[in-house]
Design a protein around this ligand. Sequence first.
Ligand SMILES: [Zn+2]
Length: 273
Amino acid sequence: MQWKTYPQAPTLIILVLCWISWFLSSKGNEYFCEVEEDFILDRFNLTGLNNEVANYSQALDLITDNLDDDIQDELRGSLDVQARLLYGLIHARWIVTARGLQKMLEKYKRAEFGRCPRVLCHQQPLLPVGLTDIPYEKSVKLYCGRCEDLYSPKSSRHGSIDGAYFGTTFPHLLFLVYPTLIPPKSGPSDTGSSNREAASGDSRSRRRRDEAEIAEGGGEDINTATVALKAERYRPKIYGFQLHETAKLQRWQEAVRDRQIARLEALEEATRT
Ligand SMILES: [Zn+2]
């Protein structure tokens, strides 16, 4: 492995770093884990990426620290963008391998992707997920295994990361491979006062949120039934396929929801006449 300095590194601590270490230590890249060099050097793992990345072979050389030093500065700048894209796309493939899952698991256990903001999730650590596997479409979201909902990262640095660098499969595959890590759906068994407080806090914040949503509607004649119909749900997928048990549960939940909406519509119809 060759060692180099990178001009983007702060001048005071110009250290010899390989590109991947430099990338991982840059601010805002905390969600990424290290892709092992032998995975990158196995061309089979990179199949098709040459069509996604401009200056593919030079970008690959940059990532693996094999780029010639006499490369022009203007090309180096654009190469850096391509190298980041390439690393991100390789990363999405790496984290669904056994070793990649292991590395992301360590980060998950340290809650490096943040924790669920929902009170009843009891600080459940989150996992990064993409809404699409195509780059430049959607930014990364954070999946909570407890409430099965998605959240946007708190920091704008993380909020602008491309979701395709994590892919749509990763968190669900992690729970499939490590089923003991699937968090319980209900809170801790101790029903102390803190739990009750948390519960009341949650209903309060939910009420506030509902009120805010109604206010956003501008006070027009908006009925509860139509608001309920609009709610979009996140569907966990592995390689594009819905998870069997989750799909079954979601169909049941949606049937219950639709019945409730029908009741609401009937009720609102009755109050109007
Ligand atoms: Zn949650």
